[in-house]
Design a protein around this ligand. Structure first.
Ligand SMILES: *Cc1c(COP(=O)(O)O)cnc(C)c1O
Length: 339
């Protein structure tokens, strides 16, 4: 049995999720006729008390559609320098939306209202790109799964309102943040103009993300999804997995966070482990030093069928998810003990 800690995208659908998928009622979603997709979209919008939602193949697509719908070519987007929208979406902000990016040096992937204020270009200066959108990430992936304090989000919202900026949330792991901070999705729904949430990360579906926003915004998003090639037909089979996940797999994320902290604790006692980014949710990013390198450390764990990811010349990442059992965590702890 492999313990796959490379990412929370490696989860496979459980038998119960597969059964829900098999039983789904489907139709052509491009015609708006897939009842299961429609059900998932209203369910997600309702959870965040937002007007509407659209089901897409990936979180990259939901982010890119949102950025495209909020901006005009030549506009500028403000985000943290570690953001997924900037680092891991193939330059999509430039490719799809024709926008430039103002990168901020945040704290573990999180930026502040003060930084946003400083980064806004003077609208009356003809030399400057028009600042249009702020994009936040919660939890912040490369920040080691760090979470925003909600009051800091409110302060950013306030700045956005003062300067007529739109505010987008890359909430690929928003449920991890909500569980860790004991917050409610509706609080987020009132603050952001658009929210992207992933079903294929910690929630364990094989495919799918949702973009939430106003009815008008989602109408526009539907058009852009088609242009991006993301209009799916009998997608209800995938949406059924999403409904199952929203109903069954949210509260258990707490368990992943407990496991992450246990592992970080064990790592912190090891001489070959350097700085560990504070663990708040399900991601553990840590430095590996002599006698190991990130690559040789991962190779060593692989001898015990434990997979993790060297993510830089000095760092390794482990991600905990619903396919990681208590027994697997114990195996990892005993292997670490022996090193
Ligand atoms: C995984 C992820 C996404 C979306 O990725 P896809 O693989 O395209 O679904 C977006 N943002 C963050 C922070 C992520 O970790």
């Amino acid at each position: 049995m492999t313990t796959d800690l490379r990412s929370d995208t490696f989860t496979k659908p459980s038998p119960a999720m597969l059964e829900a998928m098999f039983k789904a009622k489907v139709g052509d979603d491009v015609f708006g006729e897939d009842p299961t997709v429609n059900q998932l979209e209203s369910m997600a919008a309702e959870m965040f008390k937002m007007e509407a939602a659209i089901f897409c193949p990936s979180g990259t697509m939901t982010n890119q559609i949102a950025i495209k719908c909020h901006t005009q070519p030549g506009d500028e987007v403000i985000c943290d320098e570690l953001s997924h929208v900037y680092q891991y979406e193939g330059g999509g902000i430039a490719f799809n939306a024709g926008c430039s990016v103002k990168l901020l040096h945040g704290n573990r992937g999180r930026i502040t209202a003060e930084q946003v204020e400083e980064a806004i270009n003077n609208k009356t200066d003809l030399h400057k790109a028009y600042t249009r959108l702020v994009s936040l990430e919660n939890t912040a992936n490369r920040g080691g799964g760090s979470c925003y304090d909600f009051k800091d989000i409110l302060a950013i919202k306030n700045s956005c309102d003062q300067h007529q900026l739109q505010l987008h949330l890359d909430g690929a792991r928003i449920w991890n943040a909500l569980i860790a901070k004991k917050e409610k999705p509706i609080e987020y729904g009132t603050v952001f103009n658009s929210i992207s949430i992933c079903l294929s990360k910690g929630l364990g579906t094989p495919v799918g993300s949702l973009l939430l926003g106003t009815t008008d915004f989602i109408k526009k998003a539907r058009r852009v999804r088609k242009i991006f090639g993301g209009g799916m037909r009998q997608a209800g089979y995938l949406a059924a997995a999403g409904i199952y996940a929203l109903e069954n797999n949210i509260n258990r994320l707490e368990e992943d966070h407990i496991h992450s902290k246990l592992i970080a604790d064990a790592l912190s006692k090891k001489d070959f482990v350097g700085n560990i980014i504070p663990v708040e949710t399900n991601i553990i990013i840590f430095e590996v030093k002599g006698p190991y390198s990130p690559v040789s450390f991962c190779a060593k764990l692989k001898e015990h069928q434990i997979l993790c990811l060297p993510i830089s010349a000095s760092q390794v990442r482990m991600v905990i998810h619903l396919d990681i059992t208590h027994e697997m965590v114990n195996l990892l702890l005993s292997v670490l003990e022996s090193l």
